[in-house]
Design a protein around this ligand. Structure first.
Ligand SMILES: Cc1cc2nc3c(=O)[nH]c(=O)nc-3n(C[C@H](O)[C@H](O)[C@H](O)COP(=O)(O)OP(=O)(O)OC[C@H]3O[C@@H](n4cnc5c(N)ncnc54)[C@H](O)[C@@H]3O)c2cc1C
Length: 310
């Protein structure tokens, strides 16, 4: 047990008890975190994390909450958010050094404005650098992992730098899952004017395509399932078109609906619970397995759902 006085003395930033996680996820779903911490700065972040670990309590680090589904029963222990504390951004000679809490869309926009290529296609991904590194976020042929030089993590009470050779980045996964990311450095490509112009057109087209094909008007967490491998999906349908082919677009459980715009998105129509989303996930997996013989894997991360089998 920890005393509130002790906690308030240890952490300078915001400390909330029993904070509803639905206010911190783009799906706008999730029960309460026992402790929700929004540290003031990097030092405060490390102190808060160490404080909970010292007291043997689980600590979950989140960014923008754009790739998570939080259980209706909430999250035990502490949730620590990076967006205020880890917001550093510096750019020097093509080398970007950026805090884990810095928004990916802003990093993509700012670097491309300096004619630096490598992140520009990721501008539409609404997370932080930390979340993007854990997920190896990617879109339209670019992935964040391919430009990483080093990542600084917090472990055993002190920061540690992992260089590129220490890291693994695969399709929507990385070896950084389970670590605590403080900041990262990325080597970007200096682009000649003609190339910047060309990429700018491609980026704008991708952005427009995204707006047309994704349900931006409803809370969601992006793609729910990873696309199956080419071996499992030789026609290249992707998870979305497989789910659509099962006739599941528009399927509803409680307040959660498989989007009519894109079947790999589940949207919250207002009062959805995590259990509604989990029902849709189970149905989609079952039906796709029946029709295509493929077991869809989750891209969305389940938090506080330790006892839920997905
Ligand atoms: C409309 C929409 C469109 C999307 N489009 C795409 C897309 O095109 N491509 C794509 O790849 N993704 C997409 N996503 C998914 C999501 O935006 C990305 O996965 C994003 O990188 C997650 O970042 P986040 O800060 O929101 O992470 P969160 O959702 O907060 O966290 C995701 C995971 O990372 C962990 N984590 C976060 N920060 C840290 C840290 N500092 N240290 C350690 N662990 C951490 C969390 O514990 C969690 O396990 C989309 C989402 C939405 C809502």
């Amino acid at each position: 047990m920890i005393s509130t006085e002790e906690l308030l003395a240890a952490v300078k930033g915001t400390v909330l008890l029993g904070e509803p996680m639905k206010d911190h996820t783009t799906l706008r779903i999730g029960g309460s975190a026992d402790f929700f911490i929004d540290p003031l700065d990097r030092e405060d972040f490390c102190r808060a994390y160490s404080f909970f670990r010292k007291h043997g309590l689980p600590c979950t680090v989140i960014g923008r909450g754009s790739n998570i589904l939080v259980h209706d029963e909430g999250i035990r222990g502490a949730v620590i958010v990076t967006t205020r504390a880890l917001g550093e951004f510096s750019l020097s000679r093509g080398l970007l050094t950026v805090g884990a809490g810095f928004p990916l869309p802003a990093a993509a926009e700012k670097t491309f404005a300096h004619s630096l290529g490598g992140l520009e296609m990721l501008q539409g991904i609404p997370g932080t650098i930390g979340g993007a590194l854990v997920m190896n976020a990617g879109a339209y042929g670019q992935e964040i992992g391919s430009v990483v030089s080093w990542v600084e993590v917090f472990g055993n009470g002190k920061p540690k730098t992992l260089c590129r050779e220490d890291l693994f980045f695969g399709y929507r996964q990385s070896s950084l899952a389970g670590s605590v990311i403080l900041r990262a450095s990325m080597r970007l490509e200096r682009l000649p004017a003609a190339e910047t112009g060309k990429r700018s057109v491609l980026r704008d087209e991708a952005f427009a395509k995204r707006r047309l094909s994704q349900p931006f008007d409803r809370p969601n967490a992006g793609s729910v399932f990873r696309n199956p491998s080419r071996q499992d999906d030789p026609e290249g349908l992707g998870a979305g078109r497989m789910i659509e082919a099962c006739g599941l677009k528009g399927l509803r459980y409680g307040g959660a609906v498989i989007s009519n715009k894109h079947a790999n998105f589940i949207v919250n129509e207002g009062d959805a619970k995590a259990s509604d989303v989990l029902e849709l996930i189970a149905t989609a997996r079952e039906r796709v397995k029946e029709k295509f013989g493929v077991l869809l894997e989750l891209e969305v991360r389940l938090l506080g759902c330790e006892n839920v089998c997905c």
